[in-house]
Design a protein. Sequence first.
Length: 197
Amino acid sequence: MKKVITYTVVVLIVLQVITVLASWLVTAMMPELSWHSMLSSEGIRWFFGQFVRLQLSPLLLWLTIGSMAYGAVTDCGITRLRRPLSYSDRLALRWALITALTGVIVMILLVALPHALLLSVTGDLFPSAFSRSLIPFLCLQTIISALTFGVLSGRLPDVYSCIAAVTHGMAKAAPLFLIEVLGMELYRSIEFILKSV
């Protein structure tokens, strides 16, 4: 896995450098294409001035919340249960299930009733507030259920251990954040170069 991450990061950096140089060469050799050079004053201003805005994407949020959910699930102990289950594990599992089902029922009520709040203006599920919030909802529901299990089973005895469980997933996913930032910058750079005047 380390090699895959390393190669991916190196490839994305090399592609970014090639993209910058190619945009300069193509615009110098074929100005009739009306491409934008990343080494022009406009391109440099765009690269530095728009960097933060261009990184904001649903993918970054999904990666953040998804890694938090992963950390909560792996650290709460639910993946390492052994039979026979102890009384505290059975109780914790029941409450985690009740928590998950409650969230699902609330979401169903928000989309299934007439004039539901999360439907689009035309009454569709896709695209709508429901479709835009589905992945964050599932991740947050997973976090809440996992923390419920961890607290009630005694595996997450205090608030700090709950915070540590959630952030542990983010630490594990740190290389993916780097890949996402580099990949998004490469995509936005190509988009800038090819955009019409």
